[in-house]
Design a protein around this ligand. Sequence first.
Ligand code: 3PG
Length: 221
Amino acid sequence: MPATQSRAEVLSDVLNGVRVIPVVVIKAVSAAVPLGQALIEGGLPIAEVTFRTAAARDSIREMAQLDGLVVGAGTVLSPDQVETAAEAGARFIVSPGFSSEVVRAARACGIPVVTGAATATEIQMALESGQDVVKLFPAEAVGGLATVKALSAPFPDVRFIPTGGITEASAPSYLAYSAVLAVGGSWMVAGDLLAAGDFAEVTRRSAVAASLASNAPAKAG
Ligand code: 3PG
C-alpha cells in the first residue's frame, strides 16, 4: 500500500466508486458467470461471495475472470479461507467479526480486508490492527443508522460498511451519511432469484441499487 494512502482509500480504489456491495450466497457454481454478467449489466460490477457454501471458491474463480467485475470473499473466518479466496482471485476479504489472524493473512496476501464490528470494543480492536474501515454487522439488528451515527462520534476517522438486513428502501439513508463508505446487502442477489435462474431480475434490482448510490451524495450529520 502506498504510504500516502489510508486503508479506506485503498479499499475505495478496489470498490471503484461502487457504494452498494451485493452479498452473495451461491449454491451452484453454474450460476456464477450468469450472476456476474447480470451484475455488470445492472451497473453494479461487484460481488462479495460468501464462504457459506461449497461453491464459493470455484464461483470466485469463475467470476474473477469476468472483465470489469470486482469479486471479493465474504464470511471469511480463517487464514486458510483467506489464502483460498486470494488464490481464486478475490480482490478483497470481508469477515463478519474481528480476527487478527484473518487480518494478518489478508495483509500477507496483499489484499484489503474489512472486519465486522457491532460495538466500540470491536472498532478499537480493528483500529489497533491498523484497520480504519469496518463492516457494521448485523447493521439493522444492532440499531441501523442510529448506531452508525453513535459510533462515529468517538471514531470520526472510521468508515463503515453497514450490512445485514438492509433493503432497497433503507439503503439510501445509510448512503447519505458521510461515515458510510458503502452498504452491503443480498436483496439484489436473493437466493430465490439465483435458484430460479432469474438473472434479469438480478440486473433490474442491481440497476436500482446502483442508482440509489449515485442519488445519495454523502453528507455529514
Ligand atoms: C452478510 O453476511 O453480510 C449478510 O448476511 C448480508 O445480510 P443480508 O442478507 O441481510 O443483506
